[in-house]
Design a protein around this ligand. Structure first.
Ligand SMILES: Cc1ncc(COP(=O)(O)O)c(C=O)c1O
Length: 400
């Protein structure tokens, strides 16, 4: 028998090598108790959370929790069905209404995850003779959406406006084209030059999809994302988002002003052939989204946190993913995986959780300690975090 698992041997070996010194597995940490959006108990000790996507700190919001409990009581624990059969409850409609209001757009379609939203929308709208032009650092769900469909894939260099323009010019003018971009790229926390990229795409007759997973709730005057911040909302054809980050639960969506958008509910396989979100989840999402519309103070505080952490880490001597803070994500670049894992563990011992990120998730083979800030991190907590980075950095030789 040919063992189909033999292809994983190099990865198994690498993992065993990393863990043989008895270090904690960075990809298997258990949160034993979660006290708030910023604090959990891990390995029996109080740990500041700096590696969640809980940007706006909505997971413990009393109104959000009450809405979830009410829906659980009134509608039960799950729908046991697809959106197109028995899986559309009043709550699914209500969360789509909340999204339409949040984005001021005509249509909203909710999926069971953001991953499925990308999978479904990209594979369905770009067909056999069409082209998908995408940033090479796109999220796995975007690549998987491309793989599920039949369109030709044309990648271009990360955030490179000229490269995008060149690729577009080489394509047949009459062909259908979908340009896929992200507002914030989740590994380095850098923002796309959407204003120019959308202009270039429109000039070439392409439709534009922007994944705003990491900017919703935080970036832009109303928290609509980078497209709002750069004034191109009206030129973007589709915005993809998720409930698993600023919204604080699970689920995904696409919003659009396209007049034929609703037909997707019948033809989009990752929407049709899966069960819909539980009533408690859509109730928490709708409440959270409506509260995010009025969260300017939290957005301002999150920017303060981001600036404070970025400046502090830089001052300590760490190499960061961006020269300026561009989002709620600050990536600390590690020289290699071994040092990254040692630093990750040293931080955990200090009482700080961050994400250890490595290829294939990261660009250019980088190992990163990815820090994601929350609007509910206090100024004191950011100070504590910097103290922990200083101690762990010196203990591991990352800084002097
Ligand atoms: C850019 C981007 N798009 C989509 C997703 C998928 O979101 P979800 O967790 O809802 O599946 C992620 C998740 O990390 C993401 O970073």
């Amino acid at each position: 028998m040919n063992d189909l698992f033999s292809k994983f041997d190099p990865l198994i070996e690498m993992r065993e090598g990393l863990l043989k010194g008895g270090v904690t597995d960075p990809f298997n940490l258990v949160m034993e108790r979660v006290e708030s959006p910023t604090v959990a108990i891990c390995n029996g000790r109080r740990t500041i959370l700096l590696g969640t996507y809980n940007y706006m700190g909505m997971t413990f919001d009393p109104d959000v929790i009450a809405a979830g409990k009410r829906a659980l009581d009134e509608f039960g624990s799950g729908t046991t069905g697809s959106r197109v059969l028995n899986g559309t409850y009043a709550g699914h409609r209500a969360v789509e209404d909340a999204l339409r209001d949040f984005y001021a757009m005509d249509h909203a379609m909710v999926f069971s995850t953001g991953y499925q939203a990308n999978l479904g929308i990209i594979s369905t709208i770009a067909g056999k003779d069409d082209y998908i032009i995408l940033d090479i650092d796109s999220h796995a769900s975007i690549y998987d959406g491309c793989a599920l469909g039949n369109a030709q894939i044309v990648p271009f260099r990360h955030n490179d406006i000229e490269a995008l323009e060149k690729r577009l010019k080489r394509l047949p003018p009459e062909a259908g084209k979908l340009v896929v971009l992200e507002g914030v790229y989740s590994m380095l926390g850098d923002v796309a030059p959407l204003k120019d990229m959308v202009a270039v795409s429109k000039a070439a007759g392409a439709m534009v999809l922007v994944d705003e997973a990491h900017s919703m709730g935080f970036i832009g005057e109303h928290g609509r994302g980078v497209a709002e911040a750069q004034g191109v909302m009206d030129d973007v054809d589709f915005i993809i988002g998720t409930f698993s980050k600023s919204v604080g639960t699970v689920g995904g969506f696409c919003v659009s002003n396209h007049p034929k958008f609703e037909i997707l509910r019948l033809v989009c396989r990752p929407y049709v052939f899966t069960a819909s979100l539980p009533p408690s989840v859509v109730a928490t999402a709708a409440t959270s989204i409506r509260k995010l519309m009025h969260s300017a103070d939290k957005r301002a505080h999150l920017w303060e946190n981001s600036k404070r952490l970025h400046a502090g880490l830089r001052q300590l001597g760490f190499t960061l993913g961006t020269d300026e803070p561009q989002s709620a994500i600050i990536a600390v670049i590690m020289p290699d995986l071994e040092t990254g894992a040692a630093m990750w563990e040293a931080l955990l011992h200090e009482g700080l959780y961050v994400n250890l990120a490595r290829p294939p998730a990261t660009p250019a083979g980088m190992t990163l300690l990815r820090c994601s800030l929350c609007a509910l991190h206090s100024e004191e907590q950011v100070g504590e975090i910097l103290g922990m980075f200083a101690a762990a950095g010196r203990a591991t030789g990352c800084i002097s």
